[in-house]
Design a protein around this ligand. Structure first.
Ligand code: NCD
Length: 354
């Protein structure tokens, strides 16, 4: 299993199969426990390996689902959360100019098993992992969203959702729509799915928010069958050409320094909206509508109540898959601790002979 999870490109089909299996078992237990709160958790907790372990969620960007699911998931598995901040940029020493590396090294010196990080910088996940690796008790780092670049745990939950709704089928088509240039969820999910032959992808967006060149190259290198579409995307639904449509919001906060582009893409937004009529057609043609959330006006309000919309179940899958991921990571770290933990003697402690 992984020491750190910083990028969706680390998620091989073998690792995913393992994560899905664990997440499914945890989901089954959770459902039983939800129906019968008196159900004995002892064996379940023992198997998950999280009791007595600590996790620090460190969020420099706003979040509802990701933050709440990581918290609830860790607690359901019996773990401790000694400290959490939902606005690390303001409440941590980052406000005084401390680097991300220093903050992560300091936190890792306190010996948490896991640090879950959300940060506006594209390379924050890797930098955080490298920083904790320098400390004597290296914590595992999970990237819970880094800039417009990566959101690997969202990709895991999205893939788990797709698997649930796909049944035994292995070949399918998916259309990604919206702000594909700055949205990190599409980048991570497309990267993850690119490892599976038989997945056809469509990227639907105005030219200004189409996928970036590095993702395009990556998909070509992986021999993915994909197409970029600017207009006439509704034919994908009319012709039943896709099983899933993954809608995303305009990442307004990431376009602030390009106000002209922001104005233009805001003007074009209505052309890429799921209207009530489109929702009805999707329901009729059994095309599932996904969204990482938050949703603004790119999906008409009534569509959220239609059978085609699976966004709320998708969000719930984040709870199960984050439990599966954290359990697996913590168990494998524990198995290798005797070799790497502590990596070196903490200098201050050995020098002071306390
Ligand atoms: C997404 C994110 O943070 O990238 N939200 C999430 O984690 N579910 C999507 C978004 O903010 O648009």
């Amino acid at each position: 299993m992984l020491k750190h999870l910083v990028s969706a490109s680390q998620l091989t089909p073998e690792i995913l199969a393992r994560l899905f299996e664990t997440s499914r078992e945890i989901e089954e237990f959770w459902v039983q426990h939800r129906m019968n709160p008196d159900l004995d958790k002892t064996m379940f907790l023992e198997k998950c390996g999280v009791v007595g372990k600590t996790m620090i969620p460190l969020f420099y960007e706003s979040s509802t689902r990701t933050r709440v699911t990581f918290h609830m998931a860790w607690r359901f598995l019996g773990g401790d959360i000694p400290f959490a901040t939902e606005n690390a940029g303001i409440f941590s020493s980052a406000a005084k100019g401390e680097t991300l590396e220093d903050t992560l090294q300091v936190l890792s010196h306190y010996g948490p098993n896991l640090i879950v990080l959300r940060h506006p910088d594209n390379d924050a996940g890797q930098r955080a992992a490298d920083a904790t690796d320098m400390s004597p008790f290296p914590a595992s780092v999970i990237n819970a969203g880094s800039g417009s670049n990566e959101h690997p745990t969202q990709a895991i939950l999205d893939a788990y959702t797709i698997k649930k709704f796909l049944g035994r089928n292995r070949e399918f088509s998916i259309a990604f729509m919206g702000d594909l240039a700055k949205g990190r969820t599409v980048r991570s999910l497309a990267t993850l799915l690119s490892q599976y032959p038989g997945v056809r992808m469509y990227f639907v967006a105005p030219r200004l928010t189409q996928i970036s060149d590095d993702l395009r190259q990556k998909l070509r290198a992986a021999k993915v069958d994909f197409e970029e579409i600017e207009t006439g995307w509704d034919s994908l639904i009319k012709n039943r050409a896709v099983k899933f449509l993954y809608q995303t919001r305009l990442q307004e906060e990431r376009w602030q320094n390009q106000p002209e582009i922001l104005a233009e893409i805001t003007r074009l937004q209505p052309e890429y909206t799921i209207t009530e009529k489109t929702g009805e057609l999707m329901t009729k043609h059994e095309v599932f509508l996904m969204h990482p959330m938050p949703i603004r006006d790119e999906i008409a309000e009534p569509v959220k109540q239609m059978p085609c919309f699976i966004g709320f179940l998708q969000a719930q899958c984040g709870f199960f898959t984050r439990m599966g991921l954290m359990s697996e990571m913590v168990k494998s770290a524990a198995a290798s601790h005797s070799a790497i933990w502590p990596k070196k003697k903490p200098a201050a402690v050995s020098a002071a002979r306390v």
